[in-house]
Design a binder for this molecule. Structure first.
Ligand SMILES: Cc1cc2nc3c(=O)[nH]c(=O)nc-3n(C[C@H](O)[C@H](O)[C@H](O)COP(=O)(O)O)c2cc1C
Length: 330
C-alpha cells in the first residue's frame, strides 16, 4: 500500500496530511484522495499500541488495514511511552507492509499529557532520550517523530533538539508551538529553522499553512523546506494541496461532491453518528464560506440524518465560497 519514496522536486515541498483524531482517518483520506488527488503522504491519527502478543483494537485495525489505505503512502502514528509495546506494534505494522512508524510527542491534551505521553513526554527529556534510543534500535522499520518544541517555553527546545539529534530518526516533524499553546498563537518559525539547519535527518514543518500566501512566506524564509504537513488547512479547503501545487481553486460544486461522498460513506459505516462526525468537519469547512456564521448556525443543532441532509442542502444551494477559502481561527 506504500508507494516508493516521493522526492520533492521542482514543484515544491512534499505535502502530507496531518494526523487528526476523529477527522483524517482512513475514510477521509481515501475520499479526499479520490476527489482532489492524493497527497504525497498521510499519517494516521494516533493509534494505541496493543499489549505485547495482542492485535490492534478494532478501530485501530481498520485504520491500518492495508485494504483501507490502498494506493496511498500512509505512515501509522503511535502514542505511547512503553518501548516494548511500541516495538511490538512496529513489528505488526512491518508485517502489514508499512515502511515507517511515527511517534506522537505533540498531543497537548490534558489527559494524555498527565500520563507523560504525547507532549507530556517532553517533560522528561532524559526518559525520552532513552526511549528513542531503545525504539530506534529495536524497531524493524524506521522511526519518525512528530513533536512540539516544549511544554511551556520556547527555550526548552535547545535541550530537546540536542537530544533528538543523537538519534537516527527517519524524519522529525516540527509543530513549533509549546504544549501550553495548544493550537493558539502563532507557530514560531525560528526553532523550525534551527532544526533544518542542524538536524542530521530530514525535517518537516507543520503549523498554520492555510493559504498559498502562507506557504510562499514559509518558503521565502526557509527555501530548503522539503516537507510540509497540512492539517486544518485541508479540512477547511480540501483543494489546498492542489492549489499549493499551482492547480485551480476550490469550487462549491466540488466541495459539495466531496461532502456528499464523505457523509454517505460515514453513514454506511456508523449510521446516524455520521451526523456528529460531519459536524466536526464543518467546524473547519465553514471557514471556506463567505458567511461562516450562517453555516455554523445551519448545522449546529442538527441531530438526525434527515435534518442534516436538509441543512446541508440549504448550505450548498444558498452558500457562497469566501474569496480566499481557508481555515481561520475564530
Ligand atoms: C482535532 C485535532 C486532532 C488532532 N489529532 C492529532 C493526532 O492524532 N496526532 C497528532 O500528531 N496530531 C494531532 N493533531 C495535531 C495536527 O496533526 C496538527 O499538528 C495541528 O492541527 C497543526 O497543524 P495545522 O495548523 O496544519 O492544522 C490534532 C489536531 C486537532 C485540531
Amino acid at each position: 500500500m506504500q508507494k516508493t519514496e516521493v522526492e520533492s522536486g521542482s514543484r515544491g515541498p512534499l505535502l502530507s496530511l496531518a494526523p487528526m483524531e476523529g477527522l483524517t482517518g482512513h475514510t477521509f483520506r481515501r475520499i479526499h484522495a479520490a476527489c482532489f488527488g492524493p497527497l504525497d503522504r498521510y499519517y494516521t491519527p494516533f493509534l494505541t499500541p496493543p499489549r505485547v502478543g495482542s492485535s490492534f483494537g478494532k478501530r485501530d485495525c481498520g485504520e491500518v488495514d492495508p485494504d483501507n489505505n490502498a494506493g496511498l503512502d500512509v505512515v501509522p502514528q503511535l502514542l505511547t511511552r512503553n518501548a516494548d509495546e511500541f516495538v511490538w506494534a512496529a513489528e505488526l505494522l512491518a508485517k502489514m507492509g508499512y515502511r515507517e512508524v511515527n511517534l506522537n510527542i505533540g498531543c497537548p491534551s490534558g489527559t494524555v499529557v498527565a500520563k507523560g505521553k504525547g507532549a507530556g513526554f517532553l517533560r522528561s527529556v532524559d526518559e525520552l532520550d532513552a526511549f528513542l534510543g531503545e525504539i530506534c534500535r529495536r524497531s524493524p522499520i524506521p522511526v519518525s517523530v512528530k513533536t512540539r518544541i516544549g511544554i511551556a517555553e520556547d527555550a526548552e527546545y535547545d535541550e530537546i533538539l540536542a537530544m533528538f539529534r543523537r538519534h537516527p530518526l527517519a524524519e522529525l516533524i516540527v509543530h513549533p508551538r509549546v504544549q501550553k499553546d495548544r493550537y493558539r498563537g502563532i507557530p514560531r518559525w525560528k526553532p523550525y529553522g534551527e532544526t533544518l539547519r542542524t538536524a542530521p535527518f530530514p525535517v518537516a514543518y507543520n503549523g498554520d499553512i492555510f493559504t498559498c500566501g502562507d506557504m510562499d512566506a514559509l518558503l521565502a524564509a526557509y527555501p530548503e523546506t522539503r516537507h510540509v504537513m497540512l492539517g486544518r488547512g485541508i479540512l477547511a479547503n480540501p483543494a489546498l494541496a492542489r492549489m499549493l501545487g499551482g492547480g485551480p481553486a476550490l469550487t462549491l460544486a466540488e466541495l459539495e461532491g466531496f461532502h456528499d461522498k464523505l457523509f454517505c460513506t460515514y453513514e454506511a459505516e456508523m449510521g446516524g453518528n455520521a451526523v456528529f462526525r460531519m459536524k466536526e468537519w464543518w467546524f473547519y469547512a465553514k471557514c471556506s464560506f463567505a458567511d461562516p456564521l450562517s453555516v455554523h448556525r445551519a448545522v449546529r443543532k442538527v441531530r438526525t440524518v434527515k435534518d442534516y441532509r436538509a441543512a446541508t442542502e440549504t448550505i450548498f444551494r444558498n452558500g457562497k465560497l469566501a474569496d480566499a477559502p481557508g481555515f481561520r481561527a475564530t
